[in-house]
Design a binder for this molecule. Structure first.
Ligand SMILES: *Cc1c(COP(=O)(O)O)cnc(C)c1O
Length: 395
């Protein structure tokens, strides 16, 4: 007999239940509702470079409004190839080794879905960007975290930790540098160790490099793929969102040797099929003028970081400075037992500022309980206002 009209309907299996609503949506809603300065979600407030906006409008007006080719619009594939060659001396063939995706998020998802089998293990730094754990679960794979440490002055990858995390089930290392949420850039020794582990265990590396250009204090981003023996085993991922302050565009790309890229492409094909044609054309225009566009942005971000770090330090909070990205972190344990989640829920009421608890970036929320992330990719006036308001914490 068939059950009809059950009150509850079919019960979902709940595989993705732990990944319910992201904290960013909750905190952004709280910011709006309380009139707080939103240093939670990492998106810039300015409208984005006029060069890119004009190029997108022109592409739409010219009628570039139908499905783009599966691997991407030729002008963008060629611009990515030029960018990788000029920036890093990495050569990729735009017809077989580059894939345009719907943001870096889809590139990471396609890489994990395309390159992992159920039961495989994916090693990643922890804390880690929130989509990683979800997509590893979607692939039926297992996430193996390697906790970053803090040595009193900077975030560090503890020597030997990555090697210890590798088992015979490990398929890939999912690496994010420059790193969200810590603002860390892996140094030469750390990168060397990652490369060594990948080579010794014959692993695939998937590198999320969306902050490749947003590095501070004269540092330079070094892609893992440039290290010896790494190009052939690495899927390099980046996107336009962070470099060009257009996080809503969701245009990303993956570069890898043809056999690896084919698997990534197979997955992408059945996620979004293709990515928006006019925005791809506009990003191609931006990529060829990367330095002109990111130079002023990096200077602004550095100044914002310094102002926010100083303001936070003056309230007595222990700031862990950022070497790159949109973010810095604060360790509450130096001043209070309060955990990051309750600190962040109370912060709008206490002083009209929104931040996010780092526990959302950990598999075991207890591990990151005392850490809070602040975004400084906002207008100067917003950072100044936030610093002024944060002052109320001590007044
Ligand atoms: C913002 C961000 C992304 C998302 O990039 P999109 O191009 O918007 O999909 C991916 N990885 C990290 C580490 C990020 O901070």
């Amino acid at each position: 007999m068939r059950a009809v009209g059950t009150e509850r309907g079919p019960r979902p299996p709940g595989r993705l239940a732990p990944f319910g609503t992201t904290i960013f949506a909750e905190m952004s809603a709280l910011a709006l509702a309380t009139g707080s300065v939103n240093l939670g979600q990492g998106f810039p407030e300015d409208p984005g470079p006029s060069l890119l906006r004009a190029a997108a409008i022109a592409a739409i007006e010219e009628g570039d409004n139908q499905y783009a080719p599966g691997i991407g619009v030729p002008s963008l594939l060629e611009a990515v190839a030029r960018h990788q060659r000029l920036e890093y001396c990495l050569d990729y063939d735009p017809s077989t080794e580059i894939l345009v995706t719907t943001g870096a998020t889809e590139a990471v998802a396609s890489a994990v879905l395309g390159l992992c089998e159920p039961g495989d293990e994916v090693v990643m730094l922890e804390p880690s960007y929130d989509s990683y754990a979800a997509v590893v679960a979607m692939a039926g794979a297992r996430r193996v975290p390697v906790p970053l440490g803090y040595d009193g002055t900077r975030w560090v990858l503890p020597p030997g930790a990555l090697d210890e995390a590798v088992t015979e089930r490990t398929r890939l290392v999912l690496l994010n540098s420059p790193h969200n949420p810590t603002g860390k850039v892996l140094d030469a020794t750390e990168l060397g160790e990652v490369a060594d582990v990948c080579r010794r265990h014959d692993l695939i590396a998937v590198t999320d490099e969306v902050y490749e250009h947003l590095v501070f204090d004269g540092r330079r981003h070094v892609p893992l793929a440039t290290l010896e023996g790494m190009r052939e085993r690495t899927v390099v991922i980046s996107s336009a969102g962070k470099s060009f302050s257009v996080t809503g565009w969701k245009v990303g790309w993956a570069c890898a040797p043809a056999p690896l890229l084919a698997e990534v492409r197979a997955a992408k094909q059945f996620l979004t099929y293709v990515s928006p044609a006019p925005l791809q054309r506009a990003v191609a225009v931006g990529l060829d003028r990367t330095h002109e566009l990111v130079g002023p942005l990096v200077a602004e971000l550095e100044a914002n970081r310094d102002l926010l770090a100083k303001g936070l330090a003056e309230t007595g909070l222990a700031v862990r400075g950022a070497e790159a990205t949109y973010f810095l972190t604060v360790d509450l344990s130096a001043v209070t037992d309060e955990d990051g989640a309750s600190f962040c829920r109370a912060l709008p009421e206490r002083c009209g500022v929104v931040a996010v608890p780092c526990s959302v970036f950990y598999g075991d929320p207890e591990a990151g309980r005392s850490l809070v992330r602040f975004a400084f990719c906002k207008r100067r006036a917003s950072i100044e206002e936030a610093v002024e308001r944060l002052g109320r914490l001590v007044r």
